[in-house]
Structures are given as C-alpha cells and as structure tokens.
Write a protein that binds this ligand. Structure first.
Ligand code: NAD
Ligand code: MLT
Length: 530
C-alpha cells in the first residue's frame, strides 16, 4: 500500500519529523507561503501547522485528499473546525504537551512585572546603577485573579499557591469542584474578579465571547496598581485600554506573550518600561517542543492510517489515560461494525447498543462512532472515519439508540450488546467484550455463544448439528490450502443449527466459498475481511 503523504508547513521538533518519516512520505516546507500551499495541498493526506497558517474553507476546498490537520500546539483558532468536520477532516492538537511551559511563562511574566526585572536588566547593561527606581512588590499576600481555570489556569493556580497568594478565579464553564480542587475562590462574574485582584492572568481560549473580554470598562473597574498578564491569545485584552491604564498609572505592569497581530515588531505599548513583551514563546521550551512534535506526529500517522486519533478536537474528547483504557473497546466496536454488511445485505434501519458493567465509566460516544465507522466502511463510497461516521449514518437514515446498564451481564464485567434491525424488520445481534488480557472478543452472534478474537480474514459456516460436518469442512480447508489460526464451534442446543467461526491466515476466495457451500449439511458459508 502507498505510504500516506504529509506536509509539515511549520517547524516542529526533529523527534516528531523522524517519527513521521518512519511511517509516511514527508515534505518539510517550513514557512511555505500560502499561495504555494494552496497550489500543492491536493497532494497531501496530512498537514502539520502551528499558529501561522490559516486552515480555512478556501484551503480545505483544495485539499481533496486531506485526512488530518495536525496543530502542533494548543489553540485551534486558526482552523475552521466546523468546516473540517463537514468534510470528514480530523483536526488534532497537542493540548497537554505545552501547558506546563505556557504556565511557567505566565508566572515569569507575573514575577518579572512585579520586580521591574526587564527594565532593571536593560538599565544596568546600559551602564547605569540605581535601586530606588526598581522598587517593586512581593506577590506574597496578594490576590491573584485567574480568568479561565482550565489546564494552564489550573497549573498556574497550583504553582502560585506556593507563593502565598490568595487565589480567585472566574470560569463559568467548570464545576464548583474544580475551583475547590485548585483552592480558588469562585467569582460569579468577571467584574467580581477584576475589582478584587492585585494580579490578573488570563487563560481562556480565543472565542467570540473572550475577544476583548478585558476592555476599557474592565480596566477602569480594576484596583489601582493592578498587574496584568496575557500568555493565552492576542486580542483577549484591548491593547488600547491597556495603554490608557498604563498611561494613567492605574496599571502597574503588563506582561504579554501574545499580541493583537503576530508577528509584530512595534507597538505604542513598547514605550513603557513596565510593559514586558515576549514574541509568543509560551511553548518554546525543549521539553514542550519535543513532546508537541512527537505527539502531533503520532496523531497524524494515526489519522492517515485510519486509526483513532486521541487528540482529535472534532471527536468526543478523551484524555491520554482514558484513551489507553478505552482503546481495546474502540477496536472491538469497529471490528463488530465491519461484520454486519459482509454477512448481510439488507440495509440497516436502526442500531441499539447496550453497554453493561464496567463500561458505565467511559464516554461511550467514541464507541458509537467507532461502531458506525466499521458498519459503513464496507458499503460507503465516501471516506468514512471517526469524524463523520455518525453524520453519514444519520444521512442514510440509520437511527441509533444507546443505553448504559450499571449491572454485569452474565459473568461479563463488561459487555456490549448490539441489535441491528434491517429494512425488513429482521434482527441481527452481536455482542463483544474485552478480556483481562485487553483483547476484544466477539462473544455472541445471532444467539450463538462464541469466543472469538476477530481477525483480518474470517470464515463463517452455518451447518446442521449432525456428525461429520466439521470433518468435511476440515478436509475442504486442506484442499483449498487455507491455514486456520483458530476455530470456534457453537450451537444453541443439541440438534439445532451450529455456527463455526474460523480465523484464517489469508483471504478466502469466492471459488473456495462456493465449495464450502456444497458440503452436505452446510447451510451457509460467508467470509469477512476486517
Ligand atoms: P483549556 O481549554 O484547558 O482551558 C480554558 C478554560 O477557559 C476552560 O476552563 C474554559 O471553561 C475557560 N473559559 C472559556 N471561556 C471563558 C470565558 N468566557 N470566561 C472565563 N473562562 C472561560 O485551555 P488551556 O490549555 O488552559 O489554554 C489556555 C489558553 O492558553 C488558550 O488560549 C491557549 O491557546 C493558550 N496557550 C498559549 C500558549 C502560548 O504559547 N502562549 C501555549 C499554550 C496555550
Ligand atoms: C499554543 O496554542 O499551543 C501556543 O500558542 C503555542 C504555539 O502555537 O506553538
């Protein structure tokens, strides 16, 4: 099979590039101009960017092969995620990789501002000596206001507690428990936070709601001598309002890692000694960049190969730890889905999935999309992936009902039972479970209890439960030169129909299949490839 092709349009760490090269054809085009990217993007299955490139409708319309956009970093405000979802393009980022670096930079800005550090440094290097003009403040005992208590806001809270600050936070989208966990007093409104904080740091994403969240009115409400830090995104704070606050002396210091325009080489704000600016270097540490590079490479490789992409932002969210646990279930669901249309031809009308036992603790939406991806893949002309499988199922009139049951089913600590109803109102049932060895198994099919780990090539034979059939099937397997890996024979009751499921090492041809059907007492023989 041809290797997928990825273009790396912005710099990522060599560790990531090396990983990509092991699996894909890689074109390194750091800082490629947009017009060139637009011209060649149709050649690529994957695109890796940081924050300089805009992945918008125009680019995606030309990106006819594109399966995944890897954002080497956190914010995806430069990507039209809605459009990507419509087109089945996965958007993945590396939200956990650079949080600590970004947090440490925000804290650096707080400390640097409090001690006029940058000004003192340049003053001395310019051949001056003086101490009085550098009179600063301790952060100890001050009230630190955190806007946005997510990943980075939470890390800032944990670390700043050690400095002896009082923590207050405003974040209308998190539970009270999170405020408690970080020891931050919850502020119901932004105004409440602004009026009370000595230092304000913002850690929200850039959204319609957060652009300009700190403006002229907010600066006026702040305490005299307030210190402000923005290491999240440009435009969250109105720079003109900051300028006025600095000019009037209301604001004691401003630290900015992010800017209204980037790159930007000059600004009215740079006239103040108590403004410290860095050129968006929150994530610029060896540790973060190595982690970002490796993480994004893995996401893009997975996306191009059609595997699950844990950091996809347009998929139900799963964190790294949860992903490890849920991965065998995702694979199992996809494999179960793939069986239906290879064994039946009637179009599906609805699917009912019940999750029993331990599965209660997971977000099951990812399992639903995995099943639908498997279900639709054998019959779809369109590219089916974890992103669009639900949409495609809905568009083809398939309704889905899911339920979680707290109790165990039979002896299974986890079990997924699936009932598929076709257009003729006939039912097809399948059940799967994950064993202690973390192997996904088919444990029931059409009422037959089985115990089979689905493999790439499978042979299903239904026969009358009479002596001799297994022997004849065995002989035919030898004659057709098919190597059997495992074989399972199940029946509902003595004398009723029996089902054989064989995992075999190579594809069973149509001709061989027809020969199995001619064996006495064999009712049906089918084969699947997953
Ligand atoms: P996150 O999603 O984990 O947390 C964001 C928090 O903001 C969430 O808790 C959310 O509820 C909250 N929020 C959203 N809208 C809000 C509003 N209107 N008012 C108050 N709170 C609101 O994100 P994160 O990983 O902590 O990243 C935070 C920011 O830092 C993002 O903008 C990200 O792009 C940026 N970032 C910058 C750098 C850098 O180099 N400077 C590096 C990494 C991340
Ligand atoms: C991010 O969102 O991850 C940061 O802004 C850093 C970056 O873009 O590299």
């Amino acid at each position: 099979m041809a290797r997928g092709k990825v273009i790396v349009a912005e710099r990522i760490d060599d560790a990531g590039i090396n990983l990509l090269k092991e699996e894909l054809e890689v074109d390194i085009r750091f800082d490629i101009p947009r017009n060139e990217l637009l011209e060649i993007i149709d050649q690529y299955d994957g695109l890796i960017i940081r924050s300089d490139n805009k992945v918008d409708k125009e680019l995606m319309a030309k990106a006819t092969k594109l399966k995944i956009v890897g954002r080497a970093g956190n914010g995806v405000d430069n990507i039209d995620v809605e459009e990507a979802t419509k087109r089945g393009i996965i958007v993945a980022n590396t939200p956990d990789s650079n949080s600590i670096s970004a947090c440490e930079l925000a804290i650096t800005h707080m400390l640097v501002g409090s001690r006029k550090f940058n000004y003192a440094d340049s003053y001395l290097k310019a051949g001056n000596w003086g101490r009085e003009i550098f009179m600063g403040n301790e952060v100890y005992g001050k009230t630190l206001g955190i806007i946005g208590l997510g990943r980075i806001g939470g890390l800032v809270a944990t670390r700043m507690k050690a400095f002896g600050v009082k923590l207050i936070a405003y974040d209308p989208y998190i539970s009270d428990e999170r405020f408690l966990r970080y020891g931050a007093e919850k502020k119901e409104t932004l105004d409440d936070l602004i009026k009370e904080a000595d230092i304000i740091t913002i850690h929200t994403p850039r959204t319609k709601e957060t652009i300009g969240i700190i403006g002229k009115r907010e600066v006026e409400l702040m305490k005299d001598g307030v210190r402000i830090v923005n290491a999240a995104r440009g435009k969250l704070m109105d720079e003109a309002a900051l300028y006025d606050g600095l000019k009037s002396g209301k604001i004691a210091s401003v630290g900015l890692d992010v800017h209204d325009e980037e790159p930007r080489y000059s600004s009215a704000l740079y006239e103040f000694n108590n403004v410290t600016v860095t050129p968006h270097i929150g994530a610029t540490t060896f540790e973060a960049q190595e982690d970002v590079g490796i993480t994004i490479a893995v996401q893009v490789i997975n996306g191009i190969k059609g595997d699950i992409v844990p950091n996809a932002v347009n998929l139900p969210g799963i964190n790294r730890d949860e992903f490890k646990e849920i991965k065998p279930y995702i694979e199992l669901m996809e494999n179960l889905g793939k069986l239906y249309y290879q064994l039946n031809h009637e179009p599906v009308k609805n699917v009912e999935i019940v999750y029993w036992g331990d599965l209660m603790k997971y977000d099951i939406s990812i399992l639903e999309v995995a099943f639908l991806k498997g279900l639709l893949q054998p019959i779809s002309n369109e590219r089916v992936n974890y992103i669009n499988s639900k949409l495609l199922a809905e568009n083809s009139g398939i309704s889905i009902r899911q339920e979680t049951m707290n109790e165990y089913y039979d002896n299974y600590s986890n079990l997924i039972t699936i009932k598929i109803t076709n257009n003729k109102n006939e039912h097809f049932t399948l059940s799967g479970a994950v064993s202690n060895k973390q192997e996904g198994k088919l444990v029931e099919m059409q009422g037959y209890e089985v115990d089979v780990k689905p493999s790439q090539y499978m042979l299903f034979i239904q026969n009358k439960d009479v002596p001799g059939v297994i022997g004849h099937v065995g002989t035919m397997i030898g004659q057709e030169d098919i190597n059997v890996a495992t074989m399972y024979v199940g029946r509902k009751a003595k004398g009723e129909l029996a089902l054989m499921i064989l995992n075999v090492d190579s594809e069973v041809t149509k001709e061989s299949l027809e020969k199995f059907k001619t064996i006495d007492n064999v009712i049906e023989a089918k084969t699947t490839i997953i």
